[in-house]
Design a protein around this ligand. Structure first.
Ligand code: PLP
Length: 355
């Protein structure tokens, strides 16, 4: 038995992988593969209609927002956001809470002024800064809601009249959100939504075109919104597999239900990290991510032996990111609590053997 704690890409439920694989051979009994039917065919338009409706329902998206199914990953959004909504000469404010934030900042500087309101870089991003002000004339305020590499998550978004832009690549669909609090949300699909290749953008309509900049069609939110994300050939397989995954999430009880499960999974694992004398969590307790649980050994000499011990017991993908070291257990929506209990058992057994 293998338990996949990898940070991605794309940890989906087994039944979703199976349905997606079936559709590669025979999509909806058409006798054709999902990969070969025309993306302009009524069957595929129905897929797009259904996924847009599911995203809207699952996240409770109010009127006045467009949902875009794009390509280029979250990394392209680091540029598309300022291109589309930051006018030349204007300033955008950014919170620097990790590597992905700093990459977003680097790209935004190409299109306007960037004001970094606070940074936790000096503490190797072990916390999410809380003490800062957002200048009222900022075009937008950008945050990374879950810092995949460092294992911190932003739970309380600031109250501000400045539109909030959030990179939710690694926590979208994991918790209930009040979408009206945001101007724009973007996410590479490949954690909780579906296979890599699809990028979800949820944007308030009155922000579209705000920069006044002339843009290449493929980089213009308006073109994609006007064409229901079918301006060019979309990521057909990623969209279809994401649809299957969102159907799975809906059938489970939706985002509120999965949030409960995510809280239970992360609390169980952090409780073991805090209880077990061999391990400790490097991040500020209030900022601990429910998606990416980072932990290190009190005695780093035990890193390699623990990794080997865990791997032999079926734990996959728990080695920490190279910029943090130690371990990271990514516990996205699809990972069942039984996997978390299996990891806890391994940590306990290792501690007993090394007492
Ligand atoms: N932002 C966050 C929070 C991420 O976790 C990642 C990738 O893991 C990215 C951005 C980059 O996403 P992509 O590879 O889709 O460009």
């Amino acid at each position: 038995m293998k338990y996949n704690f990898g940070a991605g890409p794309s940890i989906l439920p087994q039944e979703v992988f199976k349905q997606a694989a079936e559709a590669v051979l025979n999509f909806n009994n058409t006798g054709l593969s999902i990969l070969e039917i025309s993306h302009r065919a009524p069957e595929f338009e129905a897929v797009v209609d259904e996924i847009l409706q599911l995203v809207k329902d699952l996240l409770n998206i109010p009127e006045g927002y467009s949902i875009l199914l794009l390509q280029g990953g979250a990394s392209l959004q680091f540029s598309m956001v300022p291109m589309n909504i930051l006018a030349e000469g204007q300033t955008a404010s950014y919170l620097d809470s990790g590597v992905w934030s700093s990459k977003a900042i680097k790209e935004a500087k190409l299109f306007g002024n960037v004001n970094i309101v606070a940074s936790s870089k000096e503490a190797n991003y072990t916390y999410v800064p809380r003490d800062y002000e957002i200048p009222a004339d900022s075009a937008y305020f950008h945050v990374t809601s879950n810092n995949t590499i460092f294992g911190t998550e932003l739970f309380d978004f600031p109250k501000t009249d400045v539109p909030i832009v959030s990179d939710m690549s690694s926590d979208i669909f994991s918790r209930v959100l009040n979408i009206a609090d945001f101007g724009l949300i973007y996410a590479g699909a490949q954690k909780n939504m579906g296979p890599a290749g699809l990028t979800l953008v949820i944007v308030k309509d009155d922000l579209i075109g705000k920069s006044g900049r002339k843009l290449p069609s493929m980089l213009d939110y308006k073109i994609h919104a006007d064409n229901k994300s079918l301006y060019n050939t979309p990521a057909v397989f990623s969209i279809y597999a994401s649809l299957l995954n969102l159907r799975w999430l809906k059938a489970k009880g939706g985002v509120a239900q999965i949030e409960k499960e995510n809280i239970a999974k992360s609390e169980a694992l952090y409780a073991e990290i805090d209880r077990n004398p061999l391990f400790k969590g490097p991040c500020n307790v209030e900022d601990r991510s429910r998606m990416n649980v980072c932990f290190v050994m009190e005695n780093p000499e035990l890193d390699k032996p623990f990794l080997k011990f865990a791997q032999e017991r079926g734990m996959v993908g728990i080695k920490g990111h190279r910029s943090v070291g130690g371990f990271r257990a990514s516990i996205y929506n699809a990972l069942p609590i039984t996997a978390v209990h299996a990891l806890i058992d391994v940590m306990q057994e290792f501690a007993d053997n090394n007492a």
